[in-house]
Design a protein around this ligand. Structure first.
Ligand code: ZN
Length: 163
């Protein structure tokens, strides 16, 4: 997602609104892969007299990761507010600042850092996830059939022996 700031640059102090979507690469956090849907982003920007761009707005998306208790798929709504300056012709290697050149401001780095910042520390499939069940085979209820995971294979082997 890029903001075309050419009009803003010729009208310093004038506020412009924007909205769009920003794709975000998968993140590896504490050893689990967090997949983040495209972020919905909206806000306003304006140029100052030096040509720096002041951007503020909100992002909203959904992130997906394994449940911290049972490893099932879990997801969480991610929302964050941001307000940053993009320095005109600033050093793109400098992690302390956002910068841009020309008349296009890339929102990718900003949206990614604010989305990652707002991720939950633990993903849970549901608030009261009891964690991994049936770790004790004696505790497994009989009617689930869960203690016979190879029943189908057994049947197949029996059929093969008959041939
Ligand atoms: Zn769970």
């Amino acid at each position: 997602m890029e903001l075309d700031v050419s009009t803003a640059l010729s009208h310093p102090g004038q506020e412009y609104s924007f909205s769009g979507a920003q794709a975000i690469a998968d993140q590896e956090i504490y050893g689990s892969v967090v997949r983040i849907d495209d972020c919905a982003v909206e806000g306003t920007f304006l140029a100052d007299d030096q040509g720096n761009i002041h951007v503020k707005g909100q992002l909203r998306t959904v992130a997906h990761a394994p449940c911290a208790n049972c490893l099932k798929d879990a997801s969480a709504i991610v929302e964050n507010d941001f307000e940053e300056d993009f320095i005109r012709n600033g050093d793109p290697e400098d992690d302390e600042i956002f910068s841009y050149e020309g008349h296009l401001v890339s929102m990718e780095k900003l949206v990614m850092s604010y989305a990652v910042m707002a991720l939950p520390i633990r993903f849970l499939c549901r608030e009261d996830c009891p964690g991994l069940m049936y770790t004790d085979p004696e505790a497994a209820p009989v009617e689930t059939g869960i203690q016979y995971p190879f029943a189908g294979l057994r049947q197949l082997l029996d059929q093969m022996e008959e041939v």
